[in-house]
Write a protein that binds this ligand. Structure first.
Ligand code: F6P
Length: 336
């Protein structure tokens, strides 16, 4: 068999470990040939690829980013169409031209939606979920998330001492797109006093009261963890808006930190390396068994798969009554 592998959408730690898991299993165990497609779906449209061999796989387990490159090209997306080019037809024709028996699509929600469209078009495809946001439906966890949570937690840990030294309110904005997973987990792991996530409406008056009560209890600073996707007035960045409003409402000196792309860069943590490796290997097993139109998924500690039809177009948000929220509330954390 000859298979293609591509990485699409925003990068995250663990993609290269997955590429390694896919390629090593395919080449060494199943005797498959693997073509690495460059720049996501763009590479399939432009026939930009390389043949993967042992040399291309050296050092991948710990390497951040993606050696194949990525793009946000969506061949089926309305906004991505170019007059005179039938991208879905070109994609299919190029897959035939390359002689691919299957395509492995590593990516987040957008990628899995494209993978679903390809499957519906008769292309043998297998998806692997990747995102720091942890918001892909059908799987309980995506690789990249644990690493991002570790980085955000370390940042929150470091903010404690400077917040305390200056008696400040420290607002930290973390990523997550429309989901609050990174904010919830890093906020709880880092002992945040306030955690704001997009899934729950918040009142800054309520947050102010909780900070005032904290100060009355003798604590001279507060840590406020804000997900980038929380609702704000148009044009205002979450961290900047919440910090400005809290400075006004509490009268306490306030600073904001926007953590940004450090959450996505660099080496994956050991948990993500293992997860990426397992998911990569499982994708090849699905291909070997002819099980297409599926996405690799985790249920508990079991690696399994789910139909792309169940995943496409669905965002996995934090349930408003998530156990960690209830526990945090009982311990005095303000969720807005
Ligand atoms: O999906 C991962 C993510 O890092 C989100 O957390 C963030 O909102 C988005 O990508 C940023 O995208 P871009 O790379 O296009 O700036």
């Amino acid at each position: 068999m000859r298979i293609g592998i591509l990485t699409s959408g925003g990068d995250c730690p663990g993609i290269n470990a997955t590429i390694r898991g896919v390629c090593k299993t395919a080449i060494h165990h199943y005797g498959m040939e693997v073509l690495g497609i460059h720049g996501g779906f763009k590479g399939l449209l432009e026939l930009d690829y390389e043949v993967m061999d042992d040399r291309s796989l050296t050092g991948l387990l710990t390497m951040g980013g993606t050696i194949l490159g990525t793009s946000r090209e969506k061949p089926y997306g309305k906004k991505h169409q170019v007059p005179g080019v039938d991208k879905p037809a070109l994609l299919k024709a190029n897959i035939l031209k390359l002689g691919l028996d299957a395509v492995v699509c590593i990516g987040g929600n957008g990628t899995q939606k494209t993978a679903y469209r390809m499957a519906a078009d008769g292309i043998p495809v297998v998806g692997i979920p990747k995102t720091i946001d942890n918001d892909v439906a059908g799987t309980e966890v995506c690789f990249g998330f644990q690493t991002a949570v570790s980085i955000a937690t370390e940042a929150i840990d470091r903010l404690h001492s400077t917040a305390s030294a200056h008696k400040r309110v420290m607002v930290i904005e973390v990523m997550g797109h429309k989901a609050g997973w990174i904010a919830l987990y890093s906020g709880m792991a880092g002992g945040g006093d306030v955690i704001l996530i997009p899934e729950r409406a918040y009142s800054l008056e309520q947050v102010t009261r909780s900070i005032e009560q904290r100060m009355q209890r003798g604590k001279n600073y507060a840590i406020v963890v804000v997900a980038e996707g929380v609702h704000t007035p148009i044009g205002r960045r979450a961290g900047e808006y919440v910090a400005a409003e809290l400075a006004r409402l509490t009268g306490v000196e306030t600073r904001e930190t926007i953590l940004g792309y450090t959450q996505r860069g660099g080496t994956p943590c050991p948990y993500d390396r293992i997860l990426a490796t397992r998911m990569g290997a499982h994708a090849v097993e699905l291909i070997a068994q002819g099980e297409f139109g599926k996405m690799v998924a985790m249920r508990g500690d079991n690696v399994t798969s789910v139909s792309l039809a169940e995943v496409a177009g669905v965002t996995r948000l934090v349930p408003v009554d998530h156990e960690l929220i209830l526990q945090g509330k009982q311990m005095g954390v303000c969720f807005g």
